[in-house]
Structure formats: C-alpha cells, structure tokens
Design a protein around this ligand. Structure first.
Ligand code: UD1
Length: 345
C-alpha cells in the first residue's frame, strides 16, 4: 500500500480526505498538532473505513520533528498538506502566528521532500487568492489580487514558495488546489466540521443556530449587487472536495501531471447566495433557520464562483453532490456530535 502523509488530517477537510484515501486503498499517516481538532476524529475515520490511520501529534514548524517523521515513515509517496491556521479575522489580530505557522510548516515539508527524495505535494489553497474577481466564473489564470488578510496572504505566499521551489528543484512536483467554500459532512454523519467557539463560517453557524446553541443567524448584508442582495459563494461538498485530493495524488504518483506545478479550482461552478443557503437548508432538513439581516461583514467580497472546466477536464473530477444533500449531511453531523457531547457531559 502506498503511504500518503496527510498533514492536518484530523481537521475538517483533512479527515474527509483521509477517509477517501483509505477507501481508495492508500496507507494514510496523519500528522496534526491538534491545535484546532480533536483526536476522536480518528475514531470517526475508523468507524467509517474500518481502518485507523497512522497518527503523529507533531508541530510541523519544527524542522527536526518533520525530518524524524519522514525517517519513521520511510517511503512516503506523497504529501497532502492541510495543516494551517484559517481564520481570517484572527489572522488580522495575530499576523505573525499566521505567517509563522502557515509558512514554516510548508517550508519544512519542502525541505523534507528534498532530503528524503519524496517528490509529490498536494497543497491546500483557497479561492481567497482571487479576491473579488473581475470576471465570473473565475478561472485559474485570473489575476491574483492583493490579499485582504494575513491569512489570504499566507495562501498566496505559499503558492509562490511552492512554484519557486519546484522551479529550482527538478525532481519535485506539486498541485495546488484552490477551494471555494467547502461545506457539509461525511454522509455517515460521523465526521464533520467542528469549530472551536463561535463559528465564523456560514454553514456551521446555521447548524448551531438550528440546534439551539446560537440565537439567530446574522445574514451579513442584503444590499450586494446579487439577485437577492445577499453575498454569493460557490459551496462545495466536502466529500466531493476530498475525492479531488485522491485524484490529485494519483495524478502525481502516475506522472499524469502536464507540468511540475499545477493549480486547479475546486468548486461546483454555481454561485449560491446566503439566503439561498438558508432556503436550501430548510428544504433539506425540514427545520426552520431563525435569522436576521445585519450589515455587511468587513472584508467580505460580493460574489465569487469557480470556473471548474480545467479541473473537470484534466482531473476527470466533478462535484457530484447536490446542495440539499450536502446541507442535510451538515445537519446529520451536528445532531450526531451534539448528542455525543451530551452523553459525555
Ligand atoms: C472565508 C474566508 C476565506 C476562507 C474561508 C474558509 C473571508 C473574506 N474569506 O470565506 O478566505 O478560505 O472562509 O474558512 O473571510 N455569512 C453570514 N453570516 C454568518 C457567516 C457568514 O451571512 O454568520 C456569509 C458571509 O458574509 C459570506 C458567506 O456567508 O457571504 C460565506 O461566509 P463564510 O462561510 O465565512 O466563508 P467566506 O467568507 O466566503
């Protein structure tokens, strides 16, 4: 079985990707410092797949530890690098934490890839690199806009670090995947997104509101230049997204990549407004979402959705799950995790 290192593998997208990798026959080793995730995620992965992935609790900012990891798990065939801080607002408050954590970990992995002659990296990037695009849907060749936050900047700089390193070191190759808005949970409801504290992202806020943990969802703005006035995003099912990582790994392992550094948008290609998310959630679950319209959130863009034709054609991958099914899965996960927490208390 080919060994794949998944950094940040107990996190939201990482855990779903670990499941898809295991189900595709890979030997998954997760490296995570558990700074924003829970060790019990491994139980969820095991319950779904019947296999417990390898796990190392490590902080990738320490190069010696990264090297030790590669020594211990000799023969890692590819790395998927999710481990990073991701809260936009927090990054404005703590820029150095973001630059240090997100960049040092990537640099250390790239050093390890050279040292241990391990050539393939899949990097977790974001549509945040496009800012508010001038043309929609946005393609991979759209200009990179000045980042609006240190978080967004770490994604831009990371992509540049990867491109420069690949250019200089001839046997390395990498794929950056620019995610749009990942939502939902595994269809089993056994793993999902578990924000610590008050959720900042839309769907976890919706599910926690319906669960009675939050009073009301605040809809940030209804005066955008969009059909219903609320902001528009491209919400992609997290398992669909996870599957694209398996395809990306296979592409690297089978030398199917056309250039040594490739970049793909991962979205559905459809723009959906905040109010449409509320409507779709209500339809999918039969639950009412209490909400109020408030002012715009600072730093939010008006609308963005992906041109996915490059990923569809080159990766042979397409988002397949409907929005309603995706939102129903988010709700299934929320009810599961709440009852689990209650039983523990
Ligand atoms: C944000 C980040 C993005 C990051 C992504 C993943 C910004 C500008 N972008 O995306 O870089 O990659 O998270 O963490 O912060 N909304 C509400 N009420 C809420 C929460 C959200 O109306 O309580 C709205 C937002 O205004 C937005 C949409 O829902 O229009 C989606 O918001 P969110 O889930 O936070 O994602 P983004 O802001 O698109």
């Amino acid at each position: 079985m080919e060994k794949i290192l998944v950094t940040g593998g107990t996190g939201y997208i990482g855990s779903h990707t670990a499941v898809e990798l295991i189900e595709s026959g890979y030997d998954v080793i997760i490296a995570d410092n558990l700074s924003n995730s829970n060790i019990e995620v491994l139980d969820g992965i095991q319950q779904i797949t019947g296999t417990r992935p390898g796990f190392e609790q490590i902080d990738l900012c320490y190069r010696e530890l990264v090297f030790k990891l590669f020594e211990k798990y000799a023969g890692i065939k590819a790395i998927i690098h999710f481990a990073a801080y991701k809260a936009v607002g927090e990054s404005v408050e703590k820029p150095l934490d973001y630059y240090h954590n997100n960049l040092a970990s990537l640099i250390n992995l790239l050093y390890a890839m050279q040292k241990f002659n391990q050539p393939g990296l899949v990097f977790s990037s974001s549509c945040t690199v496009y800012g508010q695009p001038d043309i929609l849907p946005v393609t991979e060749s759209a200009p990179i806009k000045q980042a609006l936050s240190p978080y967004g900047n770490t994604k831009q700089i990371s992509e540049e670090i990867i491109a420069d390193t690949i250019a200089a070191i001839k046997n390395l190759k990498a794929i950056s995947l620019r995610y749009f808005n990942p939502v939902g949970a595994h269809k089993s409801g056994l793993i999902g997104e578990l924000p610590l504290g008050v959720p900042l992202n839309l769907v976890p806020f919706v599910t926690q509101t319906v669960a009675g943990i939050r009073d009301k969802l605040k809809v940030f703005g209804n005066d955008y230049n969009t059909p219903d006035g609320s902001a528009v995003r491209d919400y992609i099912n997290v398992t669909d997204l996870a599957k694209a990582h398996v395809v990306a790994v296979q592409r690297l392992l089978n030398n199917k990549n056309k250039t040594r550094y490739e970049v793909f948008n991962l979205g559905t290609g459809n723009g959906v407004s905040v109010l449409e998310i509320i409507g779709a959630f209500e339809k999918a679950t039969g639950e009412k979402v209490p909400y109020e319209i408030v002012g715009r959130r600072a730093g939010d863009i008006e609308k963005v959705w992906a041109d996915t034709s490059f990923a569809n054609k080159e990766l042979g991958w397409k988002a397949a799950t409907s929005l309603e099914e995706t939102l129903a899965s988010a709700w299934k996960w929320e009810t599961y995790i709440r009852s689990k927490m209650k039983n523990k208390a």
